[in-house]
Design a protein around this ligand. Sequence first.
Ligand SMILES: Cc1cc2nc3c(=O)[nH]c(=O)nc-3n(C[C@H](O)[C@H](O)[C@H](O)COP(=O)(O)O)c2cc1C
Length: 408
Amino acid sequence: MWRARLARLQTLAYDSNVILMPSALFTPIQLRDLTLANRIVISPLCQYSAVDGTAQPWHWMHLGSFAVSGAGLVILEATAISPVGRISPQCLGLYSDANEDALTRLLADLRHFSNIPMGIQLSHAGRKASTRPTWDLWKGHGVPAEEGGWRPVGPSPEAFTTGWQTPEELDHAGLARIRDEFVASTVRANRCGFDWIEIHCAHGYLLHEFLSPLTNHRTDEYGGSAEKRARFPLEVAQAMRAAFPSGKPLGVRITGEDFVPGGLTIDDCVRFAKSLRDIGIDYVTPSAGNVAPGMKIPPVVPGYLVPFAERVKRETGITTMTVGMIVEAHQANNIIASGKADMIAIGRAIMDDPRWPWHVAAKLGEKIALSPQYARSSPEHWPAYPMVHGSLPCQPEGQAKMGHATRE
Ligand SMILES: Cc1cc2nc3c(=O)[nH]c(=O)nc-3n(C[C@H](O)[C@H](O)[C@H](O)COP(=O)(O)O)c2cc1C
C-alpha cells in the first residue's frame, strides 16, 4: 500500500520542474561577516506586550518558537529608541538599562537551544506614536496622558488624520537628539548580542515621514527637494552604521510606494536605495503604504510587493529582502531562484505556523536540522506527516523513508 502511494508521489515529484531544480531558498547568503543558512527571514512583528519598553514572558515564548523555526534570521519587532518613539505605551524599547538587560537575558536564553542569527528593528514612530495596540484601536488612536500617552513629534506639525494627535515639529536640537538616540540603541543592540539591525524607514513612521512629500513640509535643509527630505534618514543611517561593528549587517526597511497621489513612488525608492547603498547600508526591504490616509493600494495578492524589490535590486545592485503575502514554498523559492530578491521576509504565515520553514523545506525536497527534541515530527520520522501537511517531501530519498515509523 505505502509502496504504491510512494511510487505515485515519486512520479509526481519527478514530473515537477521545481523538484529537479536545487532550491535557491535554502542556499546560504552572506552579508558582511554573517552567513544566513537560508533566505527565509522572520519579519519584524510588533507584539504590544512590553512594560515600559521592557520585554516580558510573552517575548520569550514568541521568539523562542521562532528560534527553532529553521528560518535563516529572526528580526525582532519595531523597537523604539526612546519612550516617545514607541507606537503605543506597550511597545518594546531599547532606550533604558532595564530594556537592555531584558533583551540580553532573552538572547542568552535563546542561545541555549538555537544558534539562529538574531536581528532587531530599531524605530521611531514619529507622528504615529502614542496610539494603541491594534486590538484596542476601537477606543480611538490618541492615548491620553492619564493612560500613559504623550505628545508625538514629527517633521511637520500635521496629524495623520482626524482623531490622531498633532505632533510637535522637531527643531534642530530635537533632530540631533533623535539621531543620538538611534546611535545609543545601536550600541545597546550590539551589547545585547544582536547580529543584525534593520532601521524602520517605512509604514509612516518618523524616518519615512521625513522622506515623504506628503508628511514633510519643512522649509529648512531637512525639507523641500527629495535630497533634503532624505537628509535626516541618511544622517541617522550613517551614524548607526558607524556605531555598529563593521562585521555585522545593517539594513533599512523602506517604502516602495506611498500609494497616495503626490507621495513617494518606486522611482524615489530606487534613488533612496542608491543613497543608502552608497553610505554602506547592506540591504533594503521595500514595503509600502501607511504614511497618509487616502491610500489606493493595488490588490494584496501573493507577492504583490516583489516587483519593488526586483526593480531596486536591478537598478541599484543592493541586496534586497522582499515581504508581503509570501505564503507558499514554490512561490518563495521562485522569488529567489529568479533573482527578484535575495531574501524573503515572512510575517503572518510564521505567526500562523512557526514551523513554516520546516514544511517549506519538505516541499522543496530540502532537509533542515530540527532540534533533536522535535526531530520525531520530521517528514523522515513521522508517517502521518503527509496527512497533516498535504504532501510528501519531494526528495526521493526522504520519501523512501516515509514508510518506516521510528520505534526507538
Ligand atoms: C502583527 C503584526 C505586527 C507587525 N509589526 C511590524 C513591525 O514591527 N515592523 C515592521 O516593519 N512591520 C511590521 N509588520 C508588517 C510585517 O512585518 C510584514 O511586512 C507584513 O505583515 C506583510 O508580510 P506578511 O504578508 O508575510 O504578513 C507587522 C505585521 C503584523 C501582522
